[in-house]
Design a protein around this ligand. Structure first.
Ligand SMILES: Nc1nc2c(ncn2[C@@H]2O[C@H](COP(=O)(O)OP(=O)(O)OP(=O)(O)O)[C@@H](O)[C@H]2O)c(=O)[nH]1
Ligand SMILES: [Mg+2]
Length: 248
């Protein structure tokens, strides 16, 4: 079946892939994405990876006009890389902006189902924690962290989304224009929670589509204690502003 790359009347699609030291993964993820959504463009946002990921991305871009590269000078976190990628995409008039990791955890074959759901939502989150969603090869400790983090975010922020930390998602460009991106300060995976929260607080609709998330096979995770700590303190802070605003 020919994959669909235009979510209902939402326009051209760009898949933003942030990279830091993903040279073992990049070629594979780009080629699988091209096969899954042949009309979509891909933007690799590389933070000057010491392992040459940026050069490899340039090489791929030379032979494929659907592949574009945004080079940044130094590692500044996932959130900053995505914000730069979003600006790039909005400046160029894309109608749909997808977030996807380079490490193979997000299966490009699931892109058409995310895009289809965007026909009736402002943000579609690929979800591990709804019926039909699953994780493969994750240590129990990672699963507990993700489930626990999501439960905390749901309770503290009153979110109904089950996988607010998930990083495989599709936004309508109009959503990104509405939610105040210039105020976003989150760096790590807390970035995903913040954008979910901003979308909900803007009165927009979020749909969850089940995904199969597979632990990376190559390269190393950039997840660390500081990223977990950031999510914890920011969610706690946002929950206070929520209570404050609901009392006023
Ligand atoms: N440009 C850029 N990309 C980053 C940065 N940190 C992480 N990434 C990329 O963001 C994606 C997700 O990072 P991962 O290291 O897989 O982190 P994670 O998915 O939160 O954690 P794991 O579940 O352990 O893999 C990958 O494609 C990384 O290469 C960064 O500072 N800058
Ligand atoms: Mg990962």
């Amino acid at each position: 079946m020919q994959a669909r790359t235009r979510a209902d009347s939402t326009g051209a699609v760009v898949v933003v892939i942030p990279t830091y030291n993903e040279s073992d993964n990049l070629e594979d993820i780009v080629s699988r994405t091209r096969s899954a959504v042949p009309d979509a463009d891909i933007l690799v946002v590389d933070d000057n990876s010491p392992d040459g990921t940026g050069d490899l991305a340039e090489k791929l871009a030379l032979t494929d006009e659907h592949v574009r590269v945004l080079h940044r000078t130094q590692k500044a976190g996932l959130g900053a890389a995505y914000l730069a990628g979003f600006d790039w995409a909005l400046d160029r008039g894309y109608g749909v902006v997808v977030e996807m990791d380079a490490d193979g955890s997000h299966d490009p074959a699931e892109l058409p189902s995310l895009l289809a759901a965007l026909g009736s939502a402002d943000l579609v989150v690929g979800s591990r924690w709804v019926r039909g969603g699953t994780v493969r090869n994750w240590p129990r400790s990672r699963e507990m962290l993700s489930r626990g983090g999501n439960a905390y975010a749901r309770i503290m922020l009153g979110l109904s989304v089950h996988d607010a930390t998930g990083g495989y998602r599709a936004y309508r460009a109009a959503t990104l224009r509405r939610i105040g991106l210039s105020e976003v300060r989150s760096q790590g995976y807390c970035f995903q929670i913040e954008l979910t929260l901003r979308t909900v607080r803007s009165g927009l609709t979020v749909a969850e589509v089940p995904i199969t998330f597979t632990e990376r096979v190559k390269g190393t995770s950039k997840m660390n204690r500081a990223i977990v700590a950031e999510a914890l303190w920011r969610v706690t802070l946002w929950s206070v502003t929520r209570r404050g605003s609901s009392q006023s």
